[in-house]
Write a protein that binds this ligand. Structure first.
Ligand code: GDP
Length: 471
């Protein structure tokens, strides 16, 4: 893949398998720099190698390649305590992370953000990691940034940071106690914890924009990595059931501080749809409340198998059973919470929206293997809203909430097998992939058929996706 710069972002509601795709592209496109441009520790990118599974939250997905520089951009909401935990875990497993730099302009997620998110974020189904309140403070111009904690020479600036913690923390304590009836936080404890954490990464704090420019000039290929997904974008997602950052091309420019103009703009999408948390989800299979009750499981516990009775029910048209099939086959459970993800058929209206908003010119289609054994597959090609058919994503959640997907049916396949070339895939799978490209209006360039790096197919541009107009 011969491109000078690439953008990789989620083209659905997050959890599309971006971590694997970034890790793969770093290798195949000979990328020299990976920059994460949005989100925070609420993201969870998973990379599976022969020697185990790596779950990354704030650290960019190129970190496992020691020769690649990994940058945390200014658009990331950085949780210093969690970053140190993540670095410690990676170092314990032999990943030194000396190839990591952190933007001095990134906003800090502080303990009061966690408390506020836990108290107020439930309505929107947030992960309570403090990300939303951190971005609120950034917009309100009262946030603390990495540069408040670490000075330009890479040393912890205790005096300045202590003054900022007292100033902002005192106001936050008033808010917690008076407005919400919560306990105040111990500001001395916060100060100690943050400055201890900063000692770990202070020498790695840098002006990311400048560093990126230098590396660009030196000819390093850059990969811009987005967190979450297009349908969770604060402006272009299903507002208000969205994350607080921009997960689209625009967010990339803001988050890296350099005109990114990525040559290849790749959207990652799964062969079906999932969503976590609250919010409208056209074509959802099963009732979300029942899913929460019946499919929740302790994080890390082994996945149950579908029983033959459940399979039969799914094939006979039981929506909840088909939703469970996708959930179990795709291991669609939150990595840290064990929360079952909501599932549905692939929604090409949503994907087309993502393509349009970020000008995507390439797609990575993941988890095609999860559809193995389903005789008839569905794909939403339009919505019917109040009796009218549309192929556009409505802006109001009230309309999206009543949208009825118009499905196209495609024949399934029994097993993808170990295909390493597109031509070796079952013909039905080839048709499925071609149809995704046609409806999206962008070629599929990467196909993922399993969690490991080796379970991936790189496709030439002309093979999959002469764009046609939507139905
Ligand atoms: P991200 O946040 O977009 O990086 O996605 P996650 O890390 O939440 O989810 C990706 C999960 O799916 C990880 O456990 C991957 O190992 C796994 N995965 C990625 N691609 C595939 C695939 O093609 N097939 C299967 N079965 N699993 C995959």
């Amino acid at each position: 893949m011969d491109v000078r710069s690439l953008l990789v972002l989620g083209a659905q509601y997050g959890d599309e398998g971006k971590g694997k795709i970034v890790d793969l592209l770093v290798e195949r496109a000979r990328v020299g720099t990976v920059v994460r441009f949005n989100g925070g520790a609420n993201a969870g990118h998973t990379i599976v190698l022969e020697d185990g599974r790596f779950a990354l939250h704030q650290v960019p997905s190129g970190i496992l390649h020691p020769e690649v520089m990994n940058l945390i951009g200014a658009g990331v909401a950085l949780d210093p305590l969690r970053l140190v935990e993540e670095l410690r875990d990676l170092r314990r497993r032999g990943v030194e992370c000396t190839n990591l730099r952190v933007s001095d302009r990134a906003h800090l997620v502080m303990p009061w953000h966690h408390v506020l998110d836990g108290h107020l974020g439930g309505r929107l189904g947030t992960t309570a990691r403090g990300i939303g309140p951190c971005y609120e403070d950034r917009a309100a111009r009262c946030g603390l940034r990495v540069g408040d904690l670490v000075d330009a020479r890479g040393r912890v600036d205790l005096k300045h940071f202590a003054a900022r913690v007292r100033e902002v923390g005192t106001a936050k304590n008033l808010m917690l106690t008076r407005q919400y009836g919560l306990d105040p936080l111990d500001l001395d404890e916060i100060l100690t914890a943050c400055t201890e954490a900063a000692q770990v990464f202070a020498p790695q704090v840098a002006d990311i924009s400048e560093l990126l420019e230098e590396r660009n000039r030196a000819g390093h290929r850059v990969l811009y990595e987005g967190a979450q997904g297009a349908l969770l974008d604060v402006d272009w997602g299903t507002y208000p059931y969205v994350t607080s950052s921009s997960c689209s091309l625009g967010g990339c420019a803001v988050g890296v501080g350099l005109n990114p103009a990525p040559e290849m703009r790749m959207g990652v999408l799964k062969a079906y749809a999932t969503r976590v948390g609250e919010g409208p989800f056209p074509g959802e299979l099963g009732d979300p409340e029942r899913v929460k009750q019946h499919d929740a499981r302790p994080a890390g516990s082994p996945l149950p198998q579908m029983t033959s009775a459940q399979r039969e029910a799914a094939l006979a048209g039981d929506q909840e059973a088909m939703g469970r099939w996708l959930r179990l086959a795709g291991a669609e459970f939150g990595t840290t919470t064990g929360r079952p993800r909501r599932t549905g058929w692939l929604d090409m209206v949503a994907v087309r929206h993502a393509v349009q908003v970020s000008g995507l010119n390439a797609l990575a289609l993941t988890k095609l293997d999860v559809l193995d054994g389903i005789p008839t597959l569905k794909m939403a090609v339009a919505y019917e809203i109040h009796g009218e058919r549309t192929t556009r994503m409505p802006s109001r959640v009230r309309d999206l909430g009543v949208a009825r997907p118009v499905y196209e049916e495609l024949p399934g396949w029994s097993c993808l097998g170990g295909a390493t070339r597109f031509e070796d895939l079952p013909p039905q799978a080839q048709v499925f992939v071609q149809r995704v490209a046609e409806l999206a209006g962008a070629p599929v360039r990467v196909l993922s058929v399993g969690g490991r790096r080796s379970q991936s197919l790189m496709l030439p541009e002309d093979l999959c996706g002469a764009p046609t107009s939507p139905p």
